[in-house]
Structures are given as C-alpha cells and as structure tokens.
Design a protein around this ligand. Structure first.
Ligand code: BES
Ligand code: ZN
Length: 661
C-alpha cells in the first residue's frame, strides 16, 4: 500500500529531485528597530537530473532584491559565489516569483542554462524579511525577563524556513551552512560559533553592532536552521572528561542560574548515555537556550542549540524529560530525517520511544512506564480531538498530505504516541531490548545523515531480521501494518502493557475520588492534603488525568478537591493545565463557570504574573476549554492579548475559537 501517500514532498514548490542545495552561506544584518533581517543567501547546489532548466526555491513573505547565478564556480576561489560572469549576470535578472499561497508561500523560479548532472551551481539571493514572516517572532523588551532589550527567535519547523530565507524547504534536502550575522544583541544559531567566544560579553550591548559567525558542518534539513537574538549569557555544564562535545545553557541573566541548576545534570547524564546506546553525538556542541514565554513549543531540537520554553524551569528537575526528548532528536530527526510531512512520525515517534527507553535504562522501568502512561492519555485525547473536529485523517500515523495542506494544523500527539507505541510493541514482539537495541544501532548506522520514508524504514526492519534472525520474519508478518500506518479511529491496533508501579498510587487515589462522587455529605470524605504530598510531579499529573477520564465530578466535590490540594494556585503549569481541564470537564457546571475566568486570567498573564502561557500545549487546550464554557469569555480574553502570542500559536488559537484571522 505504498501509494497511500505522495512520493514527493507535498509542502514544497521546489524541484529538489532535479537540483539540490548542498551548502548555504548566509550574510545577515538584524535590525531590531525596523524588525527586519536583511542580507543574502548564497546556495551551492548540485545538479541531479539532466535537462534542468531552472532552480525553484520556496519563499514566504520575503522581499527578494536580486538574484545572481554562477554556473561555473571555480572551486579554488575563496568566495566563488561573488565571481560572476557578465553573461550569467544577464540571466540573473529573469527570476520570477509565482503563486502566493497563505501556507506554501511562493515559488522563486531562477532559470539555468541546462547544467550537466553532477555540476555545481551557485545562486546568490539578496533579500529581506517582512513583518509577515511566520518564522520570526520579534519581542518587545517588556516581553522578556530582563525587560531591557528586545528579543528575536525563529521557529522554522515544519515549513517556516522559507520565510527566513529562500530555501528548498523540504526535509529531503540536507545542507551545511555558515552565517555571518551583524547585530547589536548577541546572536545564537543552530551551528557552532566561530566568533566571538561564547563566554565573551557583548560590549555596548543594544547599541554597538558586532559580527557573529557560525558554521554548521553536519548536513541538516532547512527546518533546523535557527536564529535567536537577545540579552543572553552562557553557563557551561561539565561533561565527562572523555566526552567529545561541550554543553551548556544560554538564558537571560535573571534565569541562567536556575536554568543551569535545572538542566545541567540531566543533560550531561542523558547525552552521555545516548552516545553509549545510539552512537556518537555528531554535532560537537549541545547547548540549551531558554526562550521567553511566547515560545510556542516545549522544546525544539535545533542542532547544537535546543530551544526550550521557560516553563520547564520547575525548580525540582521534574520536567527534564523534554531535554531528553530534544537531545534524542540528535539521532532521530537530525540524524535520520523524515523525507516529508507524511512520515513525520519517523522523527517524533522514534524520538519519543528513545526518550522513554533512555529513562528506563538510566532511571528505572517505572519512570519509562509513567511517561508512557501520560503519553497514552495524550494520544487518546488527540484522537478524540481529531474525531470531534472531523479531521480523522490526522488520526493516521502516515498521513496522506495534499499539496498546500498546512502541517501546523495537523500537528498533534498522534505521530509521537502512535509511533512510539508501535515501536514499543515491536520491541516486545521481537524479543525485548536484547534484540531491539542492536537493531536500533543497525538502523542508525544504515540511514544516519539520510532522509527516508516509512517504507524504507519498514524494508530495513525486514531486511535486518531476514539476515540476522529469520525466525523473526514470521513475527513481523503478524503485524497489521496497514492498521498501524493508515488506521483511523479512537484506538490503536495493540494495547501495550506499561510498568504502572509509579502510576498505580495515582490511579488508586483517582479511583477513590470517583467512588466518592456518590457521597453527598462532604464531611464524610476521608481525603486530606497529604494525599498528593508524596507524589512526584509525574504521578500528580497522572492522578489529575485519570480523574479527568471519568465522568465529571459534582461541582461541590471539585470545590472541596481544590480546597484540599490547591491546584488552582499551583505554579506548575503542567498541573494547572490538568486542573483546569478537570474542573471544566462539564462545561455547564458550577465549577466550570467558577474556574473558567481564572483559567482565562492565567493563560494571558492577567493573574498578576504578567506572563502569558505561550506554549501551545498550555494555551490551546485552555482556550478551547474556556470556549466550551463561555465563548465570549474566550474571545474577549484572546483578542486584546493575541499579539503577545507567537504567530503560529495566534493562528491556531484563532482557528480553535472559530475566529477568522
Ligand atoms: N520538533 C518538535 C517540535 C515541533 C514539531 C515544532 C513540529 C514544530 C513542528 C519537538 O521536538 C517536540 O516534539 N517538542 C515537544 C516536546 C515534548 C514531546 C517533550 C513539545 O514541544 O511539546
Ligand atoms: Zn520532538
């Protein structure tokens, strides 16, 4: 059934199978006042097909100033891209920009004089970004921790790189890059810094322009190109002596010590372990960057520089799972990359599987189990959400994307959890970790650095076992692949059994509350604040989620519940989120009406903190839930605050609230 999804990337206009970028040199100036990046991208492309008459790049909301082409670059020249023959100069004027699609952007067509297969073509595009670039969020100084300087960050995954630079915006193309970026604020990129040194300070910060240079020598897909700028400082971690990588954290001064405390131990421990089980870490630098609160994700695996939401700084190291997830992408996603959006699970499913596997190997089987239980609940919620909104296609693991379809609106937990559940099932089916770990290593060795489809993954799986242990092939044949790949609906083909030794106490407490619903005299209930005191953060999450999976408790019980456990004032966003989902489960209830206004204040920072919950994991479900309770409250909360949210979050919340942007 390999024809269920398109072979070529349906989210790009580029002709990447005919000619593909191998390297880009960026030269940029960042202007915080005008909120633009101006400069150029010089592509070095390799011709793959005879008779290529043009190269097509993706662009979205970019002002293209000029294009120069050199079809005969001399390899010896220091800056060959600048050596242009006058004949080819003439060609450069003929570029054309076609289409203007809200999601896909436009196609920048640049004519070529039919270069030979294998030859190298250089194309220089001078351009600037515009206010409509979806990849960039420019923040006012008030939106930062220090409130002294503005901030800028990019988010290119899935298809926003085309609004940062003209690129062939498909993960099927991998490229190395260098960048020289002039800025009055420190610049960070998804690459290794060449100058100035990370530990140096930026004199005349905010006023004096400095050139920052970076180089990414491992080929990466365009969605991993990343930039951030702000008043950030660096604190190194302490990797083991034998490590061939450095690691540390970047954050605004006010947060950097807390961030160091929160992440240093887990980052070093898990990166070391990951190398041990998965093979060498190829990117040499593994830094974290703590972003301002509007960062729309928990984490983003930009190479050399994972981006993190500040909401992970819990004070008790309880949310480091996200760092383990992002560093696991160094192998799955940044190493072996999905060929295009239909195969996104190859990135996220494998990474989620690995994140939990490392937790088992380093912490305990129970830790893996707890994370899997939380993940499974999020899968059921995501399947239900797609059911309710009539988008059952996104319940699939392998999604038949159509040209122009927006991968941001398809984003959800399905590729993470269906994918990792399928791999967990295979691990157990094939004989446990003694069999599965060597297989993983072989898969990594076979495809490291490549971009592949689900079908290539499956072919390798069969080939591996056919060769090493043919007795396993009949087991593989027993797998209902079509159900896993293309199945829709509210369940998955196989129910996995997880280690519930940590989850069990949380389940038990939830069950006691469930039974207590029929007791009307609350003074007879034997609950007390201590019930949850001994729980680890993850267990409390499981407790709240389990309760939410039952019919709504009576409002009187929920008020009593909050008096005892005080979740309505917890500073943990993970717990606040789950509490609000629980008390608004019946949107018509007294409890829902009582807590919806609190939830509204919390999500936009009108709760005295002034800090929005920009991470989509928090703001989207909370807005959706408020909307169910009181549509007007949801819209009136969102409208005045919407500019504080990241452009991607803004668009998706507007969609959730049935507002047309
Ligand atoms: N690569 C993703 C984030 C992403 C995916 C951004 C698709 C844009 C499009 C990242 O690795 C991720 O999965 N983040 C999770 C972390 C969680 C699973 C621990 C998130 O943000 O919730
Ligand atoms: Zn991920």
């Amino acid at each position: 059934m390999a024809d269920q999804v398109p072979e070529r990337d349906p989210t790009t206009f580029s002709n990447y199978w005919q000619i593909a970028t191998e390297h880009i040199d960026f030269s940029w100036s960042v202007d915080f006042q005008k909120r633009v990046i101006t400069g150029s991208a010089v592509h070095k492309l390799k011709v793959k097909d005879d008779g290529v008459k043009e190269v097509i790049f993706d662009v979205l909301a970019l002002d293209v100033h000029s294009v120069e082409v050199n079809e005969n670059p001399t390899t010896e020249a220091k800056e060959p891209c600048l050596v242009l023959s006058s004949q080819l100069d003439a060609l450069s004027l003929q570029y054309e920009i076609k289409h203007n699609d809200k999601v896909m952007g436009s196609a920048l067509h640049i004519p070529l004089s039919v270069p030979a297969v294998g030859s190298v073509v250089e194309v220089k595009i001078a351009y600037s970004t515009t206010k409509d670039c979806t990849a960039l969020q420019w923040l006012e100084k008030e939106q930062t921790q220090g409130k002294k300087f503005p901030f800028l960050f990019s988010q290119c995954q899935p298809i926003h790189a085309r609004s940062l630079a003209p690129v062939q915006d498909t993960p099927s193309v991998k490229l190395t890059y260098t960048a020289e970026v002039r800025s009055v604020l420190p610049i960070l990129m998804s690459a290794i810094r060449q100058s100035p040194p990370s530990e140096s300070t930026h004199d005349g910060i905010g006023e004096k322009e400095i050139a920052y240079t970076y180089s990414q020598l491992v080929p990466i897909p365009s969605y991993l190109i990343a930039i951030a700028a702000g008043d950030v400082v660096y604190r190194p971690f302490s990797p083991p002596d034998a490590a061939k990588w450095t690691s540390g954290v970047w954050a605004e001064t006010e947060l950097v010590e807390d961030a160091h405390e929160e992440f240093s131990e887990a980052t070093v421990q898990f990166l070391t372990a990951a190398e041990n089980y998965l093979g060498e870490y190829r990117f040499h630098v593994y830094d974290l960057l703590v972003l301002p609160p509007s960062f729309p994700y928990g984490g983003m695996e930009n190479p050399c520089l994972t981006f993190l939401t500040p909401t992970l700084i819990a004070g008790d190291k309880s949310l480091t799972g996200t760092v383990i997830h992002e560093l696991s992408h160094s192998w799955f996603g940044n190493g072996i990359t999905h060929a295009h959006a239909s195969h996104f699970w190859l990135n996220e499913g494998w990474t989620t599987f690995t994140e939990r596997l490392l937790q088992q190997l380093i912490l305990s089987p129970a830790a893996r189990g707890l994370s899997a239980v939380i993940g499974y609940k999020s899968l059921l919620a995501a399947l239900q959400q797609f059911e309710d909104t009539g988008r059952s296609k996104y319940q699939r693991l392998v999604i038949p994307f159509e040209t122009g379809e927006d991968p941001d609106t398809a984003y959800g937990r399905v590729p993470y959890e269906k994918g990792s559940n399928m791999l967990y099932y295979l691990e157990h089916l094939l004989g446990g970790l003694a069999v599965f770990l060597p297989y993983m290593r072989n898969y990594l060795d076979a495809y490291m650095g490549k971009s592949i489809t689900t079908y290539e993954w499956k072919d390798h799986l069969y080939a591996y076992f056919r060769e090493r242990d043919p007795s396993k092939v009949s087991l593989l044949d027993s797998v209902d692949w079509d159900a896993w790949f293309y199945g829709e609906g509210l369940t998955i083909p196989v129910q996995n059994e997880f280690d519930t030794s940590l989850a069990k106490d949380a389940f038990d407490l939830a069950d006691r509350w469930d039974v207590a619903r029929s007791v009307h005299d609350l003074s007879l209930l034997a609950f007390e604040p201590n019930d949850v005191k001994s729980f680890a953060a993850g267990q409390t999450m499981v407790f709240l989620e389990r309760l939410e999976s039952y019919p709504a408790l009576p409002s009187a019980h929920l008020f009593h519940f909050d008096n005892l456990y005080q979740f309505s004032t917890t500073t943990s966003p993970e717990l606040r989120l789950r509490f609000y989902l629980l008390v608004t489960l019946d949107p018509t209830s007294e409890a829902a009406k009582h807590f919806a206004p609190d939830a509204a204040k919390w999500v936009v920072g009108n709760d005295g903190t002034g800090v929005i919950k920009g991470r989509m994991k928090f703001c989207r479900p909370v807005f959706r839930q408020i909307y169910k309770v009181d549509q007007k409250l949801a819209v009136d909360t969102f409208e005045p605050a919407k500019d504080q949210f990241h452009p991607i979050a803004r668009r998706l919340i507007a969609m959730d609230l049935n507002l047309s942007e």
